[in-house]
Each structure stands twice: as C-alpha cells, then as structure tokens.
Design a protein around this ligand. Structure first.
Ligand code: NI
Length: 196
C-alpha cells in the first residue's frame, strides 16, 4: 500500500511516523500538479493533513499521539509528491487566524519588501535546529484550488505569508535552510523586516 492509500483509509490518523525527513529524495522533487476537479482521494488527503495540524496544536492530542506542533504541512512531507498543502495558524488566544487546504497553490504576485522571523524557521521534516534568518516576501498574492474545487486568489502578509512560502517551497523541493546564508546566517539583508 502506498502512502496515499494508507493515509486516506477511514479513521486513519496521521502521526510523525508518516512524515519523511531531510535526506529523503521525495523532499527534493518538484511535486506534481493535481487535476481539477480534485479527486475524492486527494480531498480526503487534504482533510487528513488539516486534522494532523489540528491534533498537533491540541496539547492533549499532541501528547497522546506524540506530535510536534505545526502550522503547515505539505503533501511531499507525507511521501506524496503532489502540490497540496494545509495551513492552520492560530492567533495569540489560540483561535484560528488562518485555515486553508490548497491544491496547486501558486504565487502570482509579491512585494519587493522582504521579511523574516526573528528566531528563524523550523520544519516537521527537519529534526534539528538550523539557526539563521530565512528571508521571505512580506506580501504574496496566491492562487489555488480550494477544498470545494473553487479557484481562489488571496493576499497574505507577514506571518501568514511566511508560512505559505515555507510550505510552497516543499512543493518545489526546497527546504528552509537552503535559504539561510551559510557564511553569515544572521545577516540582515538591506530593507528586510524582522518579525517577532
Ligand atoms: Ni517544513
């Protein structure tokens, strides 16, 4: 049974066992576009990915299932080389700030202004800390197919834009540390804004 068949079974719960880590070839591939309309299998996969993020952010579930907390997941991280990602960003009170399952997401416009997270980035597929600024566009306009097979265009900025770009990189075989300046990891590029 391949990873997709396994994950879309009724009552299957994605855990860290389903996640592949740096060094795995699939994480370095350009993932395949999905067909529109989205097949029922891939709609189920998207839901499963979102459930994983919800579980990972729920302290009880995360402990029970031994999950690391995550705000985004891309299908290649489950050994499924398709252009699908799930994003779930809570606000400071723990309420949902942004939640979306995206098929074939594409950045169609972006700001010149760049931004990065003060503490750098992390990834469920990278089980070590890699220090350094990861510079991202401050604003992006993203086009994708949603879970209802509708084509959507949305604008994201700051933290949400950073998460989107991190996940979208996974669909192109890029990991966050590829974007860190090896010689000077905390180099502040001209005009780059640093977010808490
Ligand atoms: Ni990641």
């Amino acid at each position: 049974m391949d990873a997709l068949e396994k994950i879309i079974q009724d009552h299957y719960v994605i855990t860290m066992k389903d996640i592949i880590f740096e060094g795995h070839k699939i994480l370095r591939l350009v993932a395949e576009e999905v067909e529109n309309p989205i097949t029922p299998e891939l709609l189920t996969l998207g839901e499963q990915m979102m459930t994983f993020l919800k579980n990972s952010q729920d302290p009880k579930m995360a402990e029970e299932l031994e999950l690391r907390g995550g705000v985004g997941l891309a299908a290649p991280q489950l050994n499924i080389s398709k252009r699908i990602l799930a994003i779930l960003i809570p606000d400071e009170e723990g309420n949902v700030q942004f939640e979306e399952i995206m098929y074939n997401p594409k950045i169609i416009a972006h700001s010149a202004q760049e931004v990065c997270l003060k503490s750098g980035e992390g990834c469920l597929s990278v089980e070590r800390e890699v220090p350094g600024f990861v510079s991202r566009y401050k604003r992006v306009t993203v086009m994708y197919i949603n879970h209802d097979n509708k084509e959507k265009t949305i604008k994201l900025k700051d933290h949400q834009a950073i998460v989107l770009q991190h996940e979208l990189d996974h669909l192109n075989g890029v990991l966050f540390f590829d974007r860190i300046n090896e010689k000077d990891p905390w180099e502040i590029k001209e005009g780059m804004e640093i977010l808490d």
